[in-house]
Ligand binder design. Structure first.
Ligand code: SF4
Length: 393
């Protein structure tokens, strides 16, 4: 058994009750009967960090048992959620006060509700966060996917997070089988980058080394939206993995189609991790051109190549001694080139993962796909939740 602790993301379900503009997963749910069992979760390796995600993880009624199992093998667990199932979240946090909770909030009230398509989503998410804070939960925060529609809410939302003394995680638009999407793209790059620049300067001004590292991560997001190379190598599948609801182990959630290293329902962890198939996937990762910059792949790289963000932070903190705004997006050549008309919007669009003609993959099993012949994903999940609420809210 490998002794090295890994970084794992466990996608417990593809069922989701939100209707996000940038993610079509809600149209392609998994069948509950096929989703990761406790037996399979028991086979996962030791991890220094585990992210539990979906779909919407709290749709699973056995999430507590999953977390209980995962705590036997993971030093730290964070759940990404849309915050809709307040009572379930509160209930889980009573048993696991050390757990991290990140609630996706895509902007101030109106913007959030438009983007996420969840009735009263902002207030529900916000009040769930407040409740968790009142309970004394320490590791709670917002997660925001920055795009043209909400970029101007970036700094105001960060200020709210600060007031509430909460974590504030950012992402930008990606395309992949996981999001069941290939057309996501930033249209007004300078406007979005300007808002990231404001956030980066606010983060650099703080006294928190964690926030300085976040500033570097957000600097990486500017590179990403301009279609540039990742700031750090992508080592997904080497000491990091994702597992989907069917037990398929994958390097990440950023690929166009699912890249499968093996299946944990059928194999042991060691067999899977050391298999020729896993090696082939690692070779694909080595030449992957997608240049994603999501926290799941960037955080392990920042940890591994710590001297790179470390030097960046030192340089900008030194500048902060003499300048009110130590960071400028024009530090990046491509941002200057675009401003100066040396590179066109079309050229940058081509560097992005947006592919208007791509056949969109969803990573579903045959059985999950088959249920969509009769009903839409939304109908299936709505009926599922209505049934759950009827049984025992
Ligand atoms: S760049 Fe890394 S995280 Fe993105 S698709 Fe390629 S292997 Fe996955």
């Amino acid at each position: 058994m490998s002794q090295k602790k890994l970084n794992g993301t466990v996608i417990v379900t593809y069922r989701c009750n939100a209707r996000c503009a940038m993610c079509n997963r809600y149209k392609a749910p998994s069948r509950p009967e096929e989703e990761l069992s406790i037996e399979t979760i028991r086979k996962l390796p030791k991890m220094y960090f585990t992210n539990i995600t979906g779909g919407e993880p709290f749709i699973r009624r056995d999430l507590k048992e999953i977390v209980r199992e995962l705590y036997k093998k993971s030093d730290r667990i964070v759940i990404s959620t849309n915050g809709f199932f307040t009572d379930r979240i509160v209930e889980l946090c009573k048993e696991f006060p050390q757990i991290g909770i990140r609630i996706s909030i895509e902007g101030l009230e109106q913007t959030n509700n438009e983007i996420r398509g969840l009735a009263d989503g902002y207030n529900r998410g916000y009040s769930t966060l407040k409740k968790l804070r009142e309970m004394g939960m320490k590791d709670v925060g917002f997660g925001m996917t920055v795009q043209d529609r909400n970029a101007e809410d970036l700094l105001p939302l960060y200020r709210i997070a600060e007031e509430m003394d909460m974590e504030f995680a950012t992402a930008s638009l990606h395309n992949s089988f996981y999001f069941v999407e290939s057309k996501n793209r930033i249209h007004d790059r300078p406007m979005v980058a300007q808002n990231f620049e404001d956030l980066i300067n606010a983060l650099l001004k703080s006294n928190s080394p964690k926030k300085w590292m976040r500033a570097y991560f957000n600097h990486g997001l500017i590179q990403y939206i301009y279609g540039q190379k990742r700031l750090l190598p992508c080592d997904m599948s080497f000491d990091t993995f994702f597992i989907d609801p069917y037990g398929d182990v994958m390097p990440c959630n950023g690929t166009k189609d699912k890249e499968v290293m093996g299946n944990l329902n059928e194999q042991s962890w060691d067999e899977l991790w050391n298999s020729p198939q896993a090696e082939r996937v690692r070779q694909n990762v080595r030449c992957c051109q997608r240049n994603c910059w999501m926290i799941g792949s960037a955080a392990p790289a920042m940890r591994k190549y710590i001297w790179v963000p470390g030097m960046w932070v030192l340089w900008h903190k030194a500048k902060a001694l003499v300048m009110a705004r130590p960071y400028s997006m024009y530090e990046s050549k491509v941002v200057r080139d675009y401003r100066d008309g040396k590179v066109s919007k079309e050229a940058l669009d081509k560097c992005s993962t947006c592919d208007m003609n791509a056949e969109v993959r969803d990573g579903l099993s045959q059985a999950s796909k088959a249920q969509l012949a009769e009903k839409t994903g939304e109908e299936i999940v709505d009926a599922d939740i209505a049934g759950q609420m009827g049984e025992n809210p």
